[in-house]
Design a protein around this ligand. Structure first.
Ligand code: MLT
Length: 274
């Protein structure tokens, strides 16, 4: 949030938030091992029309980890308290990328009356397979024993599209700064939490709010086919596939992503944006 850190603060439950703009609130939840800076272009551009609130999930950025055996359900409860403090009695749009999406499904499931619409970027609704969960548990052990480097370095190349890696050194730099800033204890705690997360896929028909799904066409972690499967199960969802973007579509192709979000919200919530 360049030059606007004055709009950042720590809430009473320790969660760190940055906000900019006025209007319908958009609450942004970042992906794993990242922080609110991954939304830098959404904060800068969408704040011209919306009240953009980017949260550091507890354990990441400037929000402390509560304890090592955290669950995504507990994280969602803490984020809802943060939303209550910032937006008492007010509805908002929730937007989550990947792990932020897993947390957003929890919020939508437990507090549906608080949300006007959802934007899910590069994420899944399904839980892990037994094999994927076991890989996460091994990663948790490795990071606690050997530290961050061996676990984080290979991630970068799976998060970004080949074009981004080659031509967008500023994005690569920003990703490295966020990835390497995360403590080993947080990495381990959230790998275990994600391994045990709830399977929302069979329940998608009850998420009736307008939902925009955004996915990078080069996303190898949550590929377009996976997001398409979510769209087919949701009652009111649209999907936008972003060219030359990987798992970090909002950071890799911000102009296309921001246009898609604004076009969708203007159509679905137009009466509130006047
Ligand atoms: C993320 O970007 O948040 C991760 O890919 C989530 C995950 O590991 O499932």
């Amino acid at each position: 949030m360049s030059g606007r850190e004055d709009r950042c603060r720590t809430l009473s439950n320790g969660i760190f938030v940055c906000e900019q703009g006025t209007g319908v609130p958009l609450v942004l939840l970042h992906g794993f091992s990242l922080d609110h800076h991954m939304w830098q272009y959404q904060i800068e551009e969408l704040s011209a029309k919306y009240r953009v609130i980017a949260i550091d999930v507890p354990g990441f950025g400037k929000s402390p980890l509560k304890h090592a055996s955290i669950t995504l359900s507990e994280v969602a409860g803490d984020i809802m308290s943060a939303i209550d403090e910032m937006l008492p009695q007010q509805q908002c749009v929730v937007m989550g990328l990947s792990m932020g999406g897993y947390i957003a499904w929890e919020l939508l499931s437990r507090y549906p009356e608080r949300f006007l619409a959802a934007v899910m970027c590069d994420t899944r609704a399904a839980a892990d397979s037994a094999e994927a969960a076991s890989v996460r548990r091994q990663m948790a052990d490795r990071v606690l024993q050997g530290g961050t480097e061996g676990v984080i370095a290979p991630m970068l190349y799976r998060l970004l599209a080949p074009k981004t890696l080659e031509h967008a050194p500023n994005v690569v730099k920003s990703m490295k700064e966020m990835l390497y800033a995360t403590a080993p204890l947080t990495i381990a705690a959230f790998q275990l939490a994600m391994a045990d997360r709830h399977d929302f896929h069979p329940e998608l028909s009850r998420f009736t709010l307008p939902t925009l799904l955004i996915v990078g066409m080069d996303d190898v972690l949550t590929p377009p086919a996976e997001m398409q499967r979510i769209q087919e199960s949701l009652p009111d969802a649209e999907i936008v596939k972003i060219p030359e973007a990987g798992h970090m579509a909002p950071l890799e192709q911000p102009t296309l992503v921001n246009q898609a979000i604004d076009e969708f919200l203007s159509r679905k919530l137009g009466h509130l944006l006047l």
